[in-house]
Ligand binder design. Structure first.
Ligand code: 5GP
Ligand code: MN
Length: 341
């Protein structure tokens, strides 16, 4: 089965051909490897094809993605809102990547929703919203980067893919699958990787740039989190961790420092549901991971104003950290049967 209807692919091609003004590519706020890999991969391809294209990120992203091609050209709305606004005013098309609802653009929400030109969404999350004129959504793709590669081939833009673009797209697939650990049961994911490798990318270097680049503080924070901030509930096959603002201060927390933490308790025998609550200045960020059928996106949207995928989701709660932890703990008995299935 095709990932995207042919009519939509043709429309995508037509919109691109008709665009004679700059194209703006937007990842979700606090972008991860798939969001950045997708926008930077597509950005390079559009540049190679002769378009003027710019990446505007709602917020900054972790330093271990700063080696990526195009990083220096990225405009941060949180840093230069006036520059971002001017770029959008001059643009002819916006492409939103790796998110399904406009709230995921954070403070860029009004800029994006009031944009008079066309908006395209390229994404793999369930429940796509309808804020874009053209929705290119496929939940069977491991990552937005994998879907982007498919779309580029379908519209004949694979001729503009070079080693840099392939490196960015590979980064998206690698990070969204936990280095090919989950969401990789579809053979097409590995076919895509195989085709990307043919561009001469260095997958060992890419992996190392991201996963062998952590600070000492980050490593010690992980130790602290696992030793002092983790509760395991064997009767619910659940683990819950938290990081207070004080913890973050103590270990000189930098964006991305806790990326991957929430996955770790899933390697405890019997644990199938893991939560991490991170205290922020004005809210609490929740991260959820699961194994098997327990749908953390439903759990997150029902109780934590969030969403995501079945096995990886997040949300936000405008309460104290303690209230968020209490809320989580009180919900577990309700899910006991489901968690033990
Ligand atoms: P993470 O836990 O790594 O921040 O996010 C895991 C997944 O959940 C990602 O696919 C991300 O798109 C989604 N997600 C994280 N936070 C939120 C949120 O606040 N709202 C929604 N709708 N999705 C989120
Ligand atoms: Mn993704």
């Amino acid at each position: 089965m095709e990932r995207i209807d042919i009519e939509k692919i043709n429309e995508f091609s037509t919109i691109l051909k008709q665009t004679d003004k700059p194209i703006i590519l937007i990842p979700h706020l606090h972008p991860d490897g798939d969001a950045m890999g997708s926008v930077l991969g597509l950005w390079r391809v559009l540049i190679n094809a002769g378009f003027t294209a710019r990446v505007i990120s709602p917020t900054k992203y972790p330093e271990f993605y700063h080696w990526m091609d195009g990083h220096r050209e990225v405009i941060l709305h949180s840093w230069q809102a006036d520059v971002a606004q001017k770029c959008i005013e001059e643009a002819g098309l916006i492409i939103c990547m790796d998110f399904n609802e406009i709230s995921r653009t954070g403070n860029m929400k009004d800029l994006v929703s009031k944009f008079p030109g066309k908006k395209i969404m390229i994404d793999h999350h369930p429940f796509p919203g309808d804020f874009a004129d053209l929705v290119l959504s496929d939940t069977t793709s491991s990552s937005t980067a994998e879907l982007t590669f498919y779309l580029l081939k379908k519209i004949g833009f694979d001729q503009y893919i070079d080693r840099d673009a392939a490196t960015s797209l590979f980064t998206g697939i690698m990070t969204d699958t936990g280095s090919f650990d989950y969401n990789v049961s579809d053979p097409r994911t590995f076919e895509t990787v195989s085709e990307l490798l043919a561009f001469g990318i260095n997958q060992e270097e890419i992996h190392s740039n991201i996963y062998d680049n952590f600070s000492v503080d980050r490593m010690r924070l992980l130790g602290h989190c696992l030793t002092n901030r983790m509760t395991v509930y064997p009767e619910f096959r659940t683990s819950c961790m938290y990081l207070s603002l004080e913890d973050q201060k103590k270990f000189n927390f930098a964006p991305g420092d806790s990326e991957g933490f929430v996955n770790i308790p899933l390697s405890i025998k019997g644990v199938i549901f893991s939560a991490l609550f991170t205290e922020k200045e004005k809210y609490v960020k929740a991260s959820f991971r699961s194994k098997g059928n327990f749908a953390v996106n439903e759990f997150s949207s029902k109780y934590f104003n969030g969403g995501g995928h079945r096995n990886a989701a997040g949300g936000e709660l405008f309460t104290s950290l303690q209230e968020a932890l209490d809320k989580f703990e009180k919900l577990l008995p309700e899910y006991q049967t489901l968690l033990n299935q």
